[in-house]
Design a protein around this ligand. Structure first.
Ligand code: ARG
Ligand code: ZN
Length: 494
């Protein structure tokens, strides 16, 4: 889906990629290359130049192969018939997109499952697979700006994705003992539907999932229809706001569905596996108050519905799957419930331009857990939490917030040092300006993507303090940990 912010991010990515390619091409030479201008040779009359192929990746600093160049997805329709007992899928994903350049071929990210047929604009298309890259060659090249409908039919048992960013958990569509669920951040989406698998290309989604009775299906957005076909049921879910592929989820199981109404009339619907103890359900009871807290500061909840879905197994993590946060069977403590809810504004509505920008999700969510504590327990409790987090960074010598490799994405650097980065900004500009920066950043990039540079530019602009850029830069990139001090150099935490 095209957004100004998204385009900005892409241009930045392409610029980075260009620099990298330029650097790679610039090998040492025996003699200095003459600096003559390159003469463009025009094509001979009557010769049409072949359309180029779309890039196989978007050049993400951590995951260069994720996503694909040359097109912009508007909508995914993911149509699945699921044999739950055998975890077998029979699927068709239909992608509508725009070509952003002439295209002789383009790539989708898709891993594992067997493809049975590909069409482009209604005609069968050739495809070639290599690892998680599928290259599709339409019968005729596509013109820049052309509308594009791609269908991919496939079947098989999804194979979990192993991702160095989250070595502790297999990603994508997976079967648990008593059901199926999808947890994808960052790369797992490609094990169950073909996509432009990068948050820079957000799109709307329709899920049509047929399961044998008595299973139920929960997915992102709103349950638009339930179709009874005798021994099976088809659940149709609609996600009508832009969503990154890593946030797409499907949960299949047997649930008690608990509904309520949140602030501003937002529909709440929670999917608790049958037999979930009341004490676990009660851990989510304060969600309406939490939504109210976020709404007062940043404006209305950004989507049509909210709720949680619990896996049938315990986990040590949760995931902010859009409109339907995913938790382990035991739920989580209040801070984590707030953390995942808060991601709907920061992470899901405003999404990271690249995976290197993931602190814009996790540093923000961590800092907002602390703000929730400030709200509910008072400033001294908040100060103690910040002090403790900062002391932890010092004693563990936690390095720069911006990761240089996938393994640095979900660490104390992005979470706690990212949160302390925001606190350092707050101490520097004061509460009123700090919250104005966050509001402006949110309003500007809601529904799209934002980069660290976008956040820094917004902070400088709103505060009118150019020095804020250097402050953020040190916190985000310096190997050594900056002191957490007031701008007047009075040290606050020692
Ligand atoms: N984004 C998650 C959080 O809110 C953590 C991500 C872990 N990734 C995963 N696939 N479980 O903290
Ligand atoms: Zn998080």
């Amino acid at each position: 889906m095209a957004h100004c912010a998204w385009r900005f991010g892409l241009i930045r990515l392409l610029a980075l990629l260009g620099l990298a390619l330029g650097a790679a091409a610039c090998q040492p030479q025996t003699a200095p290359a003459p600096t003559t201008a390159v003469t463009e040779i025009p094509p001979a009359p009557g010769v049409t130049l072949a359309a180029p192929a779309g890039a196989a990746g978007l050049g993400d600093p951590l995951y260069p192969a994720l996503g694909n160049g040359g097109y912009d997805v508007q909508h995914y329709t993911i149509d699945l018939t699921v044999d739950v007992a055998r975890n077998m899928l029979d699927g068709v994903t239909t992608i509508t997109a725009h070509a952003m350049q002439p295209l002789s071929a383009f790539n989708l990210d898709f891993s594992g499952l067997t493809i049975t047929r590909v069409t482009v604009n209604g005609q069968s298309a050739d495809y070639r697979r290599q690892g998680s890259e599928t290259t599709i060659t339409p019968l005729q090249p596509l013109a820049a700006g052309a509308r594009l409908t791609v269908t991919v039919a496939y079947r098989g048992e999804p194979q979990p994705i192993r991702d160095p960013g989250v070595p502790f958990v297999p990603l994508g569509w997976q079967r648990f003992e008593q059901g199926i669920a999808v947890v994808s951040e960052p790369s797992g989406a490609m094990n169950w539907f073909p996509s432009n698998n990068h948050p820079a290309d957000k799109a709307t989604f329709t899920f049509r999932v047929q399961v044998p009775k008595p299973y139920q299906v929960a997915a992102n957005g709103v349950l638009a229809d339930t179709q009874d076909a005798g021994s099976s049921t088809t659940f149709v879910w609609q996600m009508t706001d832009p969503m990154a592929t890593y946030l797409a989820t499907v949960h299949i199981g047997r649930y008690e569905v608990v509904t309520a109404t949140g602030p501003g009339g937002v529909t709440l619907r929670h999917y608790f596996p049958l037999g979930t103890p009341d004490t676990v359900e009660a851990r989510f009871a304060r969600i309406p108050q939490m939504m109210q807290f976020m709404t007062e500061r940043f404006g209305p909840y950004p989507f049509d519905a909210y709720g949680v879905a619990l896996l049938p197994v315990s986990t040590g993590w949760a995931l902010e799957t859009q409109t339907l946060s995913t938790y382990g069977a035991d739920g989580a403590d209040e801070a984590e419930v707030f953390h995942e809810l808060m991601h709907e504004w920061f992470g899901n509505s405003v999404s990271p331009a690249t995976w290197q920008d993931v602190w814009l999700n996790e540093g923000f969510a961590t800092y907002f857990q602390w703000l929730w504590q400030e709200e509910t327990e008072g400033r001294p409790a908040f100060d103690a939490t910040v002090q403790q987090a900062y002391a932890g960074l010092v004693s563990r010598r936690v390095g720069p917030v911006l990761p240089q490799q996938p393994a640095g994405m979900f660490t104390a650097a992005t979470y706690q040092r990212g949160a302390c980065t925001l606190h350092a900004l707050r101490l520097t500009v004061g509460d009123a300006v700090f919250f104005q920066i966050l509001r402006t950043y949110y309003e500007r990039f809601a529904g799209g993507v934002a980069s660290t540079a976008d956040f820094s530019a917004t902070a400088v602009e709103v505060s009118g303090q150019p020095g804020v850029e250097a402050l953020l830069h040190a916190w985000l990139t310096s190997p050594t940990l900056p002191l957490l001090v007031h701008i007047g150099q009075q040290q606050v935490y020692r």
